[in-house]
Design a protein around this ligand. Structure first.
Ligand code: HEC
Length: 711
């Protein structure tokens, strides 16, 4: 095929300098690959800047049939933040009424909801054959964000087919980025601004000055912006957002670019929209410094069912989910898009949230030795700097407990005067709490990156006697990431929330739980609910499902099966805190209503094969322990309360469905089992396995009438 490149007008992009360079790429490629269309568009479009900032692109359409604009975008964080215009038509604000958000993102609130990246279509008019101009505008800031990114777009005709030739789109290539000001002086000035410049909270007219510096909310040396490849443009605009000048922004951007000399070139998935640690194939094979960039958005599956082919590449089998196994969560894609880096970052730094209370609290002191806290500590940063790997693995010093102690300052010793009712925070108080939990997550990320913890934490686990070390992980037993969950922060259920709806709040909770198990499932050294509270997350999975109507049986299975692998330890059933517990590994949580419950939409045979496989594994393991070995609630240390979260067996003479003084509930594992075995049978779960299940429960509770459930 031979067709001359007809280069009419170069793309016009307001206020964004893309022109000439792009054009050169387009013509070279065009000559080599026979590109017919004339306009080149480099993606993403960064619609980031002052209120009203607009990116304009010219595209060629073969006809006037354009009916919809399709786009994939990152950070449409509130209604009408993004506006689009086709030629001279009226501007259209993107919100959940004007736009049709696709797939899973819609279930979690669409625009302004949980997912930070989403796909949508919006009806348009006024297209014409030939050249068309499409404008993307950032309407105005909400005091938090300075814009959004268009990751891809197209114009669809009445049949829903794309009209813009794919070969005009090019990806921006971070490897080609240059520092805007490449002198040693500018780079030094940039670093100094990063660490010390006094900032305004936002670009809102009435914004206050804040105590926090760039270095406080981000990684202290800015390596997060470097690792996730935030562009010069976004750094400059964000600097201006905080009240500094364009030139100062360029200096900071130059400093960030200069980090490549120290940190190397970030990997191909290191982009602002790819969620940190999003699991997917090949992640473990990559350089560990790029693990944080995740597998990429394309592995955040729209359909939870698609996890099947990764978890069971050779068809469903019990072996792949056996307690003795070692599921690699990092490599199996899930149907949940995790929060992106921008949504790890705190909107308000603890210094500005809590003032002197934070500055003089050990929460601050234990991080970097700063402030008037009572603890006599140089802080974790200095300890890591001075102690190195020997400190991390516990040969000299005690990083394990120092890290734990840092968490305790927040989780157990925090009582800020403006923190509000600990069990019922207002929205304003939620913002402060959530941001502080985020700050802890970000600073943990900073320590992990700077001190090579993702490599060294496995060594720490090994040094502590782990029987199976995750090849990469975070350290210790404090759940910094798990605990960013709004549920853990005690946002009132069904009450006012800083997030758009209960479904979004539940999504956020699930995203943090899931991120945590990717980072630190426990390396077979768990202690009750540390470092992962397995059963706790099941409840929030149920809540997310009922509030969003979106079902995730495979993510749930993966989570529970991984949990059983953590619980299969030498402690057996004599110590539920460190070993096997029937409740946290419960097959009921996997079945969960079966074909009409969480597995709705999954082929029934597949559901049955999975539940049967899981149940059989669970039975083999649970039957292997002699009955007297099982810890019971009336044994040593028992609570006498047989409730929903109880990990031990209840009284030997317990009858399911009954209450006792001091244990006024029937919501417990024995009652649920009694209730669900007949339902599972009706749902086609293997009858012989269910009989074994009844036999086992009879062994635990001889007066429980479980044998009546056998068929
Ligand atoms: C109070 C905490 C805080 C401070 C201080 C702070 N940031 Fe941020 N930064 C954030 C948050 C939160 C976001 C995510 C905003 C959003 O959701 O759009 C962010 C986003 C960014 C982004 C990405 C913007 C985008 O849309 O892609 C860049 C770049 C950035 N910050 C640079 C800086 C620089 C440079 C400074 C200092 C001049 C700074 N930040 C100071 C919290 C902070």
């Amino acid at each position: 095929m031979k067709s001359p490149m007809s280069l009419h007008t170069p793309i016009r992009i307001n206020r964004v300098a893309l022109g000439a360079a792009l054009f050169a790429i387009a013509s070279t490629l065009g000559a080599a690959t026979c590109v017919v269309k004339s306009f080149a568009v480099t993606l993403p479009l960064e619609v980031i800047g002052a209120d009203g900032y607009t990116v304009s692109v010219d595209v060629e359409l073969p006809s006037a049939d354009g009916k919809q604009l399709w786009m994939r975008a990152n950070n449409l964080s509130y209604a009408d933040k993004a506006q689009i215009q086709v030629n001279d038509q009226a501007w259209i604000g993107l919100n959940n009424q004007s736009a049709d958000v696709k797939a899973a993102a819609k279930a979690y609130g669409g625009i302004g909801g949980g997912y930070n990246s989403l796909e949508l279509t919006v009806p348009i008019a006024g297209t014409r054959a030939g050249q068309n101009t499409i404008r993307f505008r950032f309407s105005k800031t909400d005091g938090i964000s300075a814009g959004y990114r268009v990751l891809a777009f197209n114009v669809l005709n009445a049949a829903g087919a794309p009209m813009i030739a794919e070969n005009i789109f090019f990806n921006d290539e971070p490897a080609n980025w240059q520092p805007p000001l490449n002198s040693a002086n500018d780079i030094a000035a940039g670093e100094s601004l990063w660490r010390t410049a006094v900032l305004r909270e936002s670009s809102l007219a009435n914004a206050r000055n804040i105590q926090a510096k760039c270095a406080d909310c981000h990684a202290q040396d800015g390596r997060d912006l470097h690792r996730f490849n935030y562009s010069n443009h976004s750094i400059v605009e964000r600097t201006k957002f905080h009240g500094l000048s364009e030139q100062q922004g360029q200096q900071i951007a130059s400093y960030i670019r200069s980090l490549t000399a120290k940190l190397g070139t970030p990997g191909p998935t290191c982009r602002p929209w790819n969620p940190p640690y999003q699991p997917g194939p090949g992640v473990d094979a990559g350089d560990i410094s790029n693990w944080t960039c995740g597998a990429g958005l394309q592995f955040a599956l729209d359909d939870d069912k698609d996890t099947l082919k990764y978890l069971f590449p050779n068809g469903v089998n019990a072996q792949s989910i056996a307690p003795q196994g070692a599921i690699n969560l990092r490599e199996i894609p899930i149907g949940l898009q995790l929060l992106d880096w921008k949504h790890w970052l705190p909107r308000i730094h603890p210094k500005d949230a809590w003032g002197d209370y934070f500055i003089n609290h050990n929460l601050n002191k234990r991080y970097n030795g700063e402030g008037g806290g009572s603890e006599n500590t140089p802080g974790l940063r200095a300890r890591l700097q001075n102690g190195g790997n020997a400190y991390i693995t516990g040969q000299s010093g005690d990083f394990w407990n120092d890290l734990y102690g840092w968490g305790v300052e927040w989780g157990e010793r925090w009582a800020a005067p403006n923190g509000g009712d600990p069990g019922n925070p207002t929205i304003a108080q939620q913002e402060l709490r959530y941001a502080t939990a985020q700050w802890l997550a970000v600073k943990n990320w900073e320590l992990a990156q700077e001190f090579n913890l993702e490599t060294m934490c496995p060594e720490q686990y090994r040094a502590r006697g782990s029987a199976r070390v995750e090849p990469r992980s975070w350290c210790g037993h404090w759940r910094f990431v798990f605990d960013v969950s709004p549920h853990i922060l005690k946002f009132p259920r069904g009450g006012p929330s800083m997030f758009a709806s209960q479904a979004v709040t539940d999504y956020v909770a699930n995203s943090w739980y899931q991120s945590h198990v990717l980072l630190n499932p426990g390396s077979k050294l768990h202690s009750v609910h540390l470092p992962t509270d397995w059963q706790y997350a099941y409840g929030l999975m149920n809540d997310l499902q009922s509030n969003s109507q979106r079902k995730e049986p495979l993510r749930r299975l993966l989570y529970i099966a991984k949990g059983t692998q953590e619980m299969d330890t030498a402690a057996g059933v004599r110590d539920v805190n460190r070993g096997w517990t029937s409740r946290d590994a419960s097959p009921l949580d996997v079945w969960q209503g079966g074909s009409t419950g969480v597995w709705t939409g999954v082929p029934v045979d597949t559901m049955r094969a999975i539940v049967n496989g899981y149940l059989e594994n669970w039975l083999i393991k649970s039957e292997s322990f002699p009955e007297p070995d099982w810890q019971r609630i009336d044994g040593p240390g028992g609570s006498g309360w047989c409730g929903w979260s109880e990990r031990r067996l209840c009284w030997r003479d317990y009858v399911p469905g009954t209450r006792r003084p001091g244990s006024d509930t029937i919501e417990n594992f024995p009652t649920w089992t009694f209730r669900d075995i007949p339902k599972m049978r009706a749902d086609g779960i293997d009858g012989a396995l269910l009989n074994r299940y009844a036999d086992l429960m009879h062994k635990f509770y001889p007066q429980g009438n479980y044998l009546s459930l056998k068929r």
